[in-house]
Ligand binder design. Structure first.
Ligand SMILES: [Ca+2]
Ligand SMILES: [Ca+2]
Length: 436
């Protein structure tokens, strides 16, 4: 019998945003939080959620319907090369992948550095653009695209392996320094940018940071929303079924092969009952943070419309999925993203908020800054221990490189609390540590 899934809630940490559509980090050890807004601006915040400045404003985009600035990814070697990639609908409504470079100011992108890697025609409709960017472990850039929109994928783009719509694409971006600044990886399955296909609108997807398993939330037509999951070594060339199938149900069999040709979702849900309008899945992430040990290994996703929240735990030995749901109102969640520390956040498009994912389970407090105990930003996720600790928690002292942790306040801990000081780290007690 599996333990019950942790109860989730949201903690508003930033408000007053304008249509925040994605939250990402730079992977440069700065701890900064980057919030992508649909209208084209990217805002940068300190890890304690204080605003630094506008990092970038992407111009020449269309923001009609589902269009806008949709995603940002930092190059794995961003710290050294300063490259970042954005994905948006351009002023003509076509899908575009572009690269920028940071300026001398680490909080400000050089807007003149923009180069276009790829423009994908997306005529007729403003919906189903995808898409999210992530780098894989081999340094390739992955991008999900929608099927071209409208409904039912009338042109059958998603099953067409010579059209880049309704796909997971993959680009090698370190192989050339001349236009178009990428090449097609030699082992892409169709000799073009396509890596996997048969997707309808994979608006939000992620890699599991632990093992690079790929989790794709694919927005359904009229009946089912779906979650697709593949282990890293078995994602290449996969056909996820659309428009032959919506979820596990046949949708349009014209030109389709036997069911064995398709890879079906690991989880589907029927559209929410009437009252909430049609649903739309926002694919999330597997929690790999440290604050909430009970939440580790859970994949979290949300329904944009209903505010329902989906928790899926994959058992890689038994190859089974334990799933549960919870209502976490309001709706409007359009992205889940991680900090460098692996803590999970979500953005709410409708009320302009960045939300921290909180679990009701026991908390681990990890000191990973430098200096005094009573500074919130010295603690992972800004989660500072209360003056009297709750029972059943753990304290991990892991100061940043060359740093130390100084307990400078009165701190009461229940007997039995584990305090772990990691190897070769300094923990000085200048206040009072009271064992209760
Ligand atoms: Ca599918
Ligand atoms: Ca995301």
């Amino acid at each position: 019998m599996l333990a019950q899934a942790p109860v989730i809630s949201f903690d508003t940490v930033i408000s007053g945003l304008s249509q925040p559509i994605e939250v990402v980090h730079a992977g440069d050890s700065s701890g900064r939080i980057f919030i992508v807004q649909k209208g084209g601006a990217v805002r940068v915040y300190n890890k304690d959620y204080s605003f630094r400045r506008n990092f970038l404003v992407v111009t020449g985009i269309s923001t009609l319907g589902e269009q806008g600035l949709l995603s940002l990814a930092f190059h794995p070697d961003y710290k050294n090369n300063g490259f970042l990639y954005v994905y948006y609908a351009n002023s003509g409504g076509d899908l575009e992948l572009a690269r920028y470079r940071i300026s001398a100011n680490p909080d400000s992108v050089n807007v003149a550095s923009r180069v276009i890697l790829k423009t994908i025609p997306h005529p007729t409709n403003t919906n189903h653009n995808g898409g999210e960017l992530h780098f894989g472990p081999e340094g390739y850039l992955y991008l999900s695209t929608g099927d071209g929109g409208g409904g039912g994928d009338v042109p059958n783009n998603a099953q067409n392996t010579s059209v880049l719509l309704g796909k997971m694409l993959r680009f090698a971006v370190d192989t050339t320094s001349v236009a178009p600044y990428y090449t097609v990886p030699a082992d892409n399955p169709f000799g073009n940018e396509i890596f996997a296909y048969g997707l309808r609108n994979p608006f939000r997807w992620s890699f599991d940071r632990l093992n690079y398993d790929m989790w794709i939330g694919d927005v359904g037509q009229d009946r089912f929303e779906e979650v697709n999951h593949r282990r890293y070594d078995s994602t290449r060339g996969i056909n996820y079924g659309w428009r032959c199938y919506e979820g596990g149900a046949a949708y349009n069999s014209s030109g389709c092969g036997p069911a064995a040709n398709y890879t079906f979702p690991v989880y589907t849900y029927a559209l929410p009952p009437s009252g909430g309008g049609s649903g739309s899945i926002t694919g999330g992430n597997v929690y790999r943070g440290e604050l909430y040990p009970d939440l580790k290994g859970y994949y979290l996703a949300a329904d944009y419309t209903s505010g329902r929240f989906y928790k899926i735990k994959f058992d890689s030995v038994a190859n089974t999925y334990d799933t549960s749901t919870q209502v976490v109102l309001p709706g409007g969640i359009v992205d889940f993203g991680e900090t460098e520390e692996g803590e999970l956040y979500a953005t709410n498009l409708n009320n302009g908020r960045l939300l921290r994912i909180v679990s009701s389970g026991p908390v681990h407090y990890t000191f990973n800054g430098n200096g005094n105990w009573d500074i919130a930003s010295n603690w992972m996720g800004n989660k500072i221990p209360p003056a009297t600790l709750p029972v059943n928690c753990k304290i991990i002292i892991r100061p940043s490189a060359g740093g130390e942790c100084v307990l400078n306040v009165q701190q009461t801990v229940p007997a039995g609390t584990e305090i772990i000081v990691e190897n070769d780290k300094q923990f000085r007690i200048n206040g009072n540590l009271t064992i209760q």
